[in-house]
Write a protein that binds this ligand. Structure first.
Ligand code: ZN
Length: 106
């Protein structure tokens, strides 16, 4: 196998993320699950999702975010548009947060 350049590697990772997301059309996948599926860090997943969202939009689709939810009080992070996990609940300050999940939208 030849070594792909950085650019090729980026699009390969995004294709792998998209393929993983296509396998979970209902519940979606969290950054942690995507990280395990594709073999990159959760931080890198968030970065690649930003680019994947852009390329999906260019094709008339989008990346849907299933909002994160506070496990202590049930607060739903509806307004959150970033692809990373929130640190703490703004309502009760709990840090046990059910992370956002991502799925392919149309
Ligand atoms: Zn809370």
């Amino acid at each position: 196998m030849s070594q792909p350049g950085p650019q090729a590697r980026g699009s390969t990772v995004r294709a792998a993320l998209e393929a993983a997301l296509a396998e979970a059309p209902e519940a979606g996948l969290t950054a942690r699950e995507l990280s395990a599926a594709v073999g990159i860090s959760e931080k890198d997943v968030a970065e690649h999702l930003v680019h994947l969202d852009k390329s999906l939009k260019a094709l008339g689709g989008r990346l849907q975010v299933v909002p994160a939810e506070c496990l202590a009080c049930g607060f739903v992070f509806r307004d959150r548009t970033r692809f990373t996990r929130p640190g703490a609940c703004p309502k009760c300050r709990a840090t046990r947060i059910d992370p956002p999940a991502f799925r392919l939208g149309h």
